[in-house]
Design a protein around this ligand. Structure first.
Ligand code: ATR
Length: 299
């Protein structure tokens, strides 16, 4: 039996006749803010739709997604730990999803399941909305996992002067540099990698960075990827420190504040990536205001 049982964490499209049904899939998913965000977008743009949650067991993504779309579901947002499963599940990938190596948005088009990735665009829009210039900036990206990979393409398209990718294990940062060298060259952006400890070294950090983005999982615990010495080298008061984790002032943000830098958590990125997914699903002419939704969520 492939039917989805209706309970709090499961959204069954067949339970909503005449209504377009969407959901966010993840594990865990109970505390996801995505339903609250999308319900606000639907209200702003007067769209008749339902957006729920889908908790899926590890290894169960493809079956759950197949069942959801089979029951008439229109689209899914995909979060940890299923973004790679979603990429495999999609029949067609957007170029940016292919480059990101992950999918966070699924939808149907001409009977095919299409996979896109709006995370990088969401990050860039949130940074720009906060008045920070990426063009010509020296950018440091911390981390080399899926979260980091997903945002490199859209960052390069903003034409920073330089992008340094620093990771605990340098090999993974080097792999990302190799993957993005061609794109960086096409945009005339200098790209380099190093390990986190090399950030203590003045040869690697002759100057501080304008923008430092924490895409490591360190923020989920109580750690920062930066040592005290490295933090004193990479931040100056004119720096902007962006933490992808939201809902708390992480150790990374505290280090930046200590150096007098401006900081942001990742709630705006969450709202902006959701906005792009909403427009993919409901059409580009639909009018929504992600910054108003962000303000409401911060209240
Ligand atoms: P995600 O998809 O969230 O990026 P991931 O692919 O598991 O998850 O990657 C986690 C990233 O956080 C990696 O860059 C990892 O560094 P390694 O590649 O060296 O493992 C980084 N990371 C996790 N915990 C960290 C910590 N305590 N300090 C520094 N980096 C950390």
């Amino acid at each position: 039996m492939n039917s989805i049982h209706t309970h709090d964490l499961h959204t069954d499209p067949s339970q909503f006749p005449g209504v377009d049904v969407y959901a966010v899939v993840g594990n865990p998913i109970a505390h996801s803010k995505s339903p609250a965000i999308h319900q606000r977008f639907a209200k702003q743009s007067k769209q008749v739709m339902h957006y729920g949650r889908l908790q899926v067991e590890l290894g169960g993504f493809a079956q759950a997604a197949k069942t959801f779309f089979g029951a008439g579901g229109k689209g899914l947002n995909v979060t940890v730990p299923f973004k790679l499963d979603a990429q495999s599940f999609a029949d067609v990938l957007s170029p940016r999803a292919e480059l990101a190596g992950a999918v966070n948005t699924l939808y149907l088009h001409n009977g095919k399941v299409c996979g896109d990735n709006t995370d990088g665009a969401g990050l860039v829009r949130d940074i720009l909305a906060q008045g920070v210039r990426i063009k010509g900036a020296r950018v440091l990206l911390l981390g080399a996992g899926g979260a980091a990979r997903g945002v490199i393409g859209p960052l390069l398209e903003q034409l920073p002067q330089q992008l340094v990718i620093a990771n605990r294990s340098n090999a993974k940062a080097q792999e990302l540099v190799a993957l993005f060298t061609e794109k960086a060259q096409a945009h005339h952006v200098g790209i380099a990698s190093c390990d986190l400890l090399a950030l203590e070294d003045s040869a690697m950090t002759p100057q501080a960075f304008d923008l430092v983005i924490n895409a490591t999982a360190a923020g989920l615990g109580d750690e920062s990827p930066l040592t005290k010495v490295a933090a004193a080298r990479v931040f100056v008061p004119s720096s902007f420190a962006y933490e992808m984790v939201y809902g708390k002032t992480t150790a990374f943000m505290q280090q930046a504040l200590h150096q007098g830098a401006r900081v942001s958590d990742g709630l705006g990125m969450l709202v902006e990536q959701a906005a792009d997914a909403f427009l993919i699903w409901r059409g580009p002419d639909v009018s929504i205001d992600p910054r108003a939704v962000l303000l409401e969520l911060r209240r």
